[in-house]
Design a protein around this ligand. Structure first.
Ligand SMILES: Cc1cc2nc3c(=O)[nH]c(=O)nc-3n(C[C@H](O)[C@H](O)[C@H](O)COP(=O)(O)OP(=O)(O)OC[C@H]3O[C@@H](n4cnc5c(N)ncnc54)[C@H](O)[C@@H]3O)c2cc1C
Length: 364
């Protein structure tokens, strides 16, 4: 029996791959799959393939997508919405050039949009002199629902689920994977206290104009504005136009943190909306969320064996961009445990340096 502690996106997909390999699996979560405190508990997440020079993430996006689609067809749920994803960037941007190289190398369909073209395709955005890379087959994942659907499927197929808080020193027979997101540094303070830093991230949803489909997934892709670091997701399932800033907030305690957004952030976002999306300048704020990134020093995930405990494995460090890669994280972890996957040093503990909040990598 393999025990997976944490039923977020990393733990649930690890359980899936272990189960597919014929292992008996127990999945344990203190607060429930995709709960409101978990990093996977948000409404939606961007699924993109472009990652600048970090081609290994483009590769994992390409390989994760068929597994997300498989989950959609197994469950009959619309978990992935292929509304596309778009990067707004200044002319000659290095990140954009490197993304195009990786997308081309992996055969990912994409278009480079010049300012005039951008404005005529997406007139609801005021794009100024921005250029864009548009990935028509990218889109959005319904995050919380995806995790809950996956866990329900696992339970229906023999995986044992238990709602319980597990201590890191609890004796457990057989392999145990701690996929505890922002709780990992607290469970293993000496090892991970400074290697994974959870930061507070605020997410806002604005009501779209009555009777207008301009901000829905039919007419708007997910988007990232490289210069300002704002990003957004269209009005999915009529929950509002989602917008957030990708800059790291203060360090967060995932158990006790207040989940109320600050008025300062609301005001800043409104200024940005007025500039980029004038029709939403005075849109009502209809929902908010406070979530956390689990940052590593270089933005690569931590997927490794515990250095002193033979049967203990660690999966975390999603760094604000890990949701989309859940299927490949799970595949890699299951492969490590079963001894069928070559180790990639990039995901090792050794490559995770001590990081202060100021030194963590960006999600982009
Ligand atoms: C605002 C925001 C926006 C993001 N945007 C994107 C995006 O657009 N695209 C993208 O790909 N990614 C995005 N991410 C990142 C992504 O959501 C995370 O990387 C991912 O969800 C991390 O999943 P996880 O399974 O590691 O952690 P979690 O989802 O936090 O799961 C950990 C689980 O462990 C459980 N747990 C903890 N301790 C214990 C214990 N002792 N015993 C039992 N259970 C325990 C918790 O209850 C929790 O359910 C974003 C994150 C945030 C916060």
């Amino acid at each position: 029996m393999v025990t997976v502690v944490g039923a977020g996106v990393f733990g649930a997909w690890t359980a899936w791959h272990l189960h597919q390999a014929g292992m008996r699996v127990k999945l344990v979560d203190a607060y429930g799959a995709g709960n409101s405190r978990a990093s996977s508990g948000g409404e939606s997440r961007v699924f993109r393939m472009g990652y600048g020079a970090r081609e290994h993430f483009t590769r994992w996006s390409v390989r994760s997508l068929p597994l997300w689609r498989e989950l959609c067809s197994l469950s009959g749920e619309e978990i992935f919405l292929p509304c596309g994803a778009m990067w707004l960037h200044p002319e000659g941007d290095l990140f954009a050039r490197q993304s195009v190289e990786a997308l081309t190398a992996h055969g990912v369909e994409h278009e480079a949009l010049a300012p005039g073209e951008l404005s005529s395709r997406f007139p609801q955005m005021r794009c100024g002199a921005s250029h864009a890379i548009y990935e028509p087959h990218a889109g959005a994942l319904m995050a919380r629902r995806a995790v809950q659907v996956l866990v329900r499927w696992l339970v229906a197929h023999g995986v044992v689920f238990e709602q319980r808080q597990i201590r890191s020193d609890e004796p457990i027979d057989g392999p145990v994977v701690y996929a505890c997101g922002p709780w990992l540094p607290r469970l293993f303070p000496e090892l991970l206290g400074n290697r994974i830093v959870p930061t507070r991230q605020e997410v806002l949803f604005f009501g779209v104009p009555a009777g207008s489909g301009d901000f829905g997934a039919e007419r708007m892709p997910c988007w990232v504005d490289v210069g300002s670091q704002y990003y957004g997701i269209p009005d999915l399932e009529s929950r509002g136009f989602k917008i957030a800033l990708d800059k790291r907030g203060p360090v967060i305690d995932p158990d006790s943190e207040s989940r109320t957004v600050s008025t300062e952030v609301v005001e800043k976002v409104r200024e940005y909306l007025a500039e980029r999306f004038p029709a939403l300048a005075s849109a009502p704020l209809v929902e908010t969320r406070v979530c956390q990134y689990e940052n590593t020093s270089n933005g690569d995930y931590l997927l490794d064996r515990h250095p002193e405990r033979e049967n203990v494995w660690l999966a975390g460090g999603g760094s604000g961009h890990g949701f989309k890669h859940g299927p490949m994280v799970g595949k890699y972890m299951a492969g490590l445990i079963l001894g069928t996957m070559p180790v990639d040093a990039r995901y090792s503990l050794q490559t995770k340096l001590d990081c202060g909040v100021g030194t963590v990598a960006s999600s982009l």
